[in-house]
Write a protein that binds this ligand. Structure first.
Ligand SMILES: NC(=O)c1ccc[n+]([C@@H]2O[C@H](COP(=O)([O-])OP(=O)(O)OC[C@H]3O[C@@H](n4cnc5c(N)ncnc54)[C@H](OP(=O)(O)O)[C@@H]3O)[C@@H](O)[C@H]2O)c1
Length: 226
């Protein structure tokens, strides 16, 4: 598969490393702002993998969809504009998959939280969600933490939230629930960015042939059910 890498920071480099090892062909790497508009070779790619920054993501997605590429978007912090992106993606007839967290462990944590939320509500549990990431992460709380908190709130729970930006922590999400004399704790720790990159490359394979905007959860669940 021919890939374009859009954004060449911590994640873009990791995607490149794993993609080359797995036999993907990298036809274009966009390393900085403004470069995308002038790079005509982007159309040689089948899928663009986008890891840039919240302020750039929507513009990049629109540009790439209009160029006819399928897209894997790992950038977080732009989901208030999902409807706008969905409309452009459907008009352009491409497939886009996005996720706040492309690790398979985070997907499993989301599924457990959906199930757990209903039971914690019945048990009148007190619940808190904590996340920690490296000091270079620009958005806070993380997209993954927001997703966990939203799911718990939909179950009717009040949720305490906190976060920390420190050192080189790759990604840690922690749910603490307390009911009476016991606590139940759920942790997910990413030890290396390779976990996200591997998920993003799986998403690149799964998005081919689909049209529209999909969450990674949707297509990963279908893949696991098949
Ligand atoms: N979904 C997931 O699994 C997952 C996992 C990890 C991180 N993330 C998210 O992915 C994003 C990137 O993370 P990161 O750690 O790789 O950040 P990073 O190291 O800061 O890299 C971002 C890179 O994107 C470049 N960039 C910014 N705007 C651009 C544009 N318009 N076109 C092309 N390149 C552009 C930046 O260039 P300059 O340095 O020149 O500004 C920088 O090199 C963040 O939103 C982060 O939260 C998601």
């Amino acid at each position: 598969m021919r890939l374009a890498i859009v954004g060449y920071g911590r994640m873009g480099r990791e995607v490149e490393r794993l993609a080359r090892r797995a036999g993907f062909e990298i036809v274009c790497i966009i390393k900085s702002r403004k470069e995308l508009e002038s790079r005509l070779d982007i159309v040689n790619a089948e899928v663009a993998v986008e890891f840039t920054e919240p302020a750039a993501a929507v513009g990049n997605l629109i540009h790439l969809a209009q160029a006819g590429l399928d897209i894997v978007c790992g950038t977080t912090g732009w989901y208030d504009r999902l409807d706008e992106v969905r409309e452009v993606v459907s008009r352009c007839g491409v497939g886009v998959v996005y996720a706040p967290n492309f690790s398979v462990g985070a997907f499993l944590m989301f599924r457990i939280v959906e199930w757990l939320g209903q039971h914690l509500t019945r048990l009148k549990a007190e619940v808190g969600v904590f996340e920690a990431h490296h000091s270079g992460k620009k958005d806070a709380p993380s997209g993954t933490a927001k997703r966990i908190v939203e799911t718990l709130k939909k179950s009717g729970l009040k949720v305490d939230e906190s976060w920390l930006r420190v050192g080189g922590v790759v990604g840690w999400h922690f749910l603490l629930s307390d009911f009476g004399d016991e606590t139940l704790e759920l942790h997910h720790r990413v030890r290396s960015r390779a976990a996200f990159a591997r998920g993003a490359l799986l998403a690149a394979q799964l998005i081919r042939g689909r049209k529209g905007l999909f969450s990674f959860e949707q297509i990963l669940q279908e893949f696991l059910n098949a």
